[in-house]
Design a protein around this ligand. Sequence first.
Ligand code: PEP
Ligand code: MN
Length: 263
Amino acid sequence: LVSRTWHPEDSVVDVAGVKVGGENLVVMAGPCSVESIEQLREAAKAVKAGGAQFLRGGAFKPRTSPYDFQGLAEDGLKMLREVADEVGLKVVTEIVDKDDIELVGKYADVYQVGARNMQNFQLLKALGKVKKPVMLKRGLSATISEWLNAAEYILAGGNENVIFCERGIRTYETFTRNTLDLSAVAAIKELSHLPIIVDPSHGTGRWQMVQPMARAAVAAGCDGLIIEVHPHPEVALSDGDQSLTPKNFNRLMADLGKIAAVM
Ligand code: PEP
Ligand code: MN
């Protein structure tokens, strides 16, 4: 069902009125984690002013260490909805447990399946049973074929609203947190009709590299970007090193307009 052979035209996923795929370029932006209502509001106002359509922010954080900040759970979800409605943005946030589908669905416009859960087949099957769109991140070491199969689980269950997200893969390189595989954009476009967005924040792990890789992703033909933006990256509770300041986010958005115009 995910194959372009089966469905030759590009699919457009409607997220609460915002179209992802086709001729559209969407931008999802916001902090890695929802930390407080003040932090989130400041970030949301900044990304809205920069031209983003979605507010991102994690309330359930899949952290490598159990001693790191784990997220605000439902309190964080409530803040996301409240602030997004205040400024006029859609909400994308991660779901880590199939038992949270109803809870997260109450507040989010699109479910984010994180890299660590790309092959959580129980979660994928459960997301196949809902209608709300799913943004499926590529697994830490997943091949294109494994990733397509993960999406197939969701479509096979009856939910056709899937958006791929390339977020970097594990390689031998250590300068960057992950190796952003921009060839995945071309591969997914060749093999599937579903939209694909790129996450240059997790893809590089370094804010200095987010802008050039975001520009390259748009030039490669992706349907959108998801970017970590924090009003004060130096005090972020997660992923400060890869978060853009509002000022740098604005600069990037201006550059993207120029690239999109020549494409
Ligand atoms: C995130 O988006 O904050 C996140 C945890 O991403 P990933 O699943 O790609 O590591
Ligand atoms: Mn993050």
